[in-house]
Write a protein that binds this ligand. Structure first.
Ligand code: C6P
Length: 416
């Protein structure tokens, strides 16, 4: 394979990171008199001017409700809103009708909980997930226990990878849903979702992917992975907060009852009964988040212009570099496998992760610390918290050097 060439033979290009950084005004900021190094991208990414401008354009030029009125502003808003959904559908190779706008990935999981699990599953049915999940892919299913639905979890090995054989061991004829994170927000582990999906489907179960940490970072094709549902959040891929997606296969969504009820999700209302609007509107109640949806479309335009293969390649270069640099720091324990997405959690000796993060903040470096909304995983790892650095399109090797220098400083502050 030639340098820069990927497995499928498509040439990978290096991102023009200097050019990209010019699109992100916040990266010019100083924190504690140091140039900001933003390494908390798994929590939320920064926003480029193209996304910020999409918001201000909407509010300054054509703010209006959608799909309700015939006036010009409403027509412009409706067109921009529909285009955004089409862009997001194209981004993951889905149909327009298969993209349900939600607040964030967590809300997407709640639709699957109410409209599929609670509505259709029977007492004694089973859901299989894993111990490495974010709370958003654990807590919703706990409600199903009230209905007598059993929850089972696949464990991880010492490298932080799923014990794949356990899927077969846990699966029974009562298993109705298998739901896993594509990339762990703590370990960075990239789970073999195509293989897990095949196991789920062979057993007749639905398959859902929590793609919150993968769709923003790598090419993702719902047809290729053959998931029935997948959830992701716009704010982790350059878009504003408050907008995310539930993808569902058209035939399944068609068959499911809406979760939230009210205006706009109806076709006809009588006093005692109603019929539902077409997909995807059936699952979207009330006036939608128009501005943020349009800006989500602008974020997808931005990522498409970079090319998702190139985005992934850039992050993999950074991951290889940071893994090597961090391995040179004494007393630093890294969680998760060598091959991973752009997420690295670690602890420095027995220093609490918040203390490590505070020393980094003194140096202008933003990382996340704590349990990362993955308390069961923390327990499985035998820790209560970790410090996490996570990367995106605008990060550089120089910033990684600053992270490592600051960690060396933390070692001396804490007398390790
Ligand atoms: N993880 C993190 O710092 P929301 O908050 O609904 O947009 O996304 C939830 C979610 C679901 N799955 C995974 C794998 C995630 O990482 C997240 C969000 C952030 O790790 C904020 S808690």
């Amino acid at each position: 394979m030639k340098k820069g060439e990927t497995m499928d033979g498509i040439q990978q290009q290096e991102l023009n990171v200097d050019g990209i950084r010019k699109d992100f005004p916040i990266l010019e900021r100083f924190v504690r008199e140091k140039k900001l190094v933003y390494l908390d991208n798994a929590a939320t990414t920064q926003k480029p001017l193209q996304v910020i401008n999409a918001l201000t354009d909407y509010y300054t030029k054509y703010n209006s409700n959608v799909h309700r009125a015939v006036h010009t502003l409403s027509a412009e808003a409706s067109e921009a809103y529909d285009n955004a959904r089409q862009k997001i559908a194209g981004f993951i190779n889905a149909k327009f009708r298969e993209i349900v706008f939600v607040k964030n990935g967590s809300e997407g999981a709640n639709i699957v909980l109410h409209s599929l699990v609670l509505d259709r599953f029977k007492p004694g049915d089973e859901i299989i997930s894993t111990v490495m999940e974010h709370h958003s892919n654990i807590v919703p299913w706990q409600l199903a226990q009230k209905k007598g639905i059993r929850l089972k979890f696949v464990d991880i090995d010492d490298r932080g990878q799923l014990k794949m054989e356990q899927f077969d061991e846990l699966m029974t004829e009562r298993t109705k849903l298998v739901t896993v994170a594509h990339v762990s927000n703590v370990l960075g582990t990239i789970n073999p979702v195509e293989e897990i999906g095949r196991i789920a489907h062979d057993a007749g179960a639905f398959f859902m992917i929590d793609a919150a940490q993968s769709i923003p970072h790598m090419p993702f094709d719902v047809k290729k992975v053959d998931c029935d549902f997948c959830i992701f959040s716009g704010h982790k891929m350059l878009a504003p907060t408050g907008i995310g997606c539930l993808y569902g296969k058209e035939a399944l969504l068609e068959d499911m009852e809406p979760f939230l009820r009210g205006s706009d999700m109806i076709k006809e209302v009588k006093l005692l009964e109603s019929t539902w609007n077409d997909l995807p509107y059936k699952f979207e109640t009330g006036t939608p988040n128009i501005a943020d949806s349009i800006a989500f479309g602008a974020a997808v335009d931005y990522l498409n212009a970079l090319g998702m293969k190139n985005v992934w390649g850039h992050e993999q270069n950074l991951v290889n570099y940071v893994m090597k640099r961090l391995s040179e720091i004494k007393d630093l324990v890294i969680y998760g496998p060598q091959k991973r997405g752009g997420v690295i959690s670690f602890n420095l000796g027995d220093v609490h992760s918040h203390d490590t993060a505070s020393v980094l903040d003194e140096q202008g470096i933003a990382v996340r610390s704590g349990h990362h909304c993955a308390m069961p995983l923390m327990k499985r790892l035998g820790i209560t918290a970790a410090t996490r650095a996570s990367f995106y399109i605008y990060n550089t090797k120089e910033e990684i050097d600053r992270l490592c220098d600051a960690l060396e400083q933390a070692r001396s502050v804490f007398k390790l």
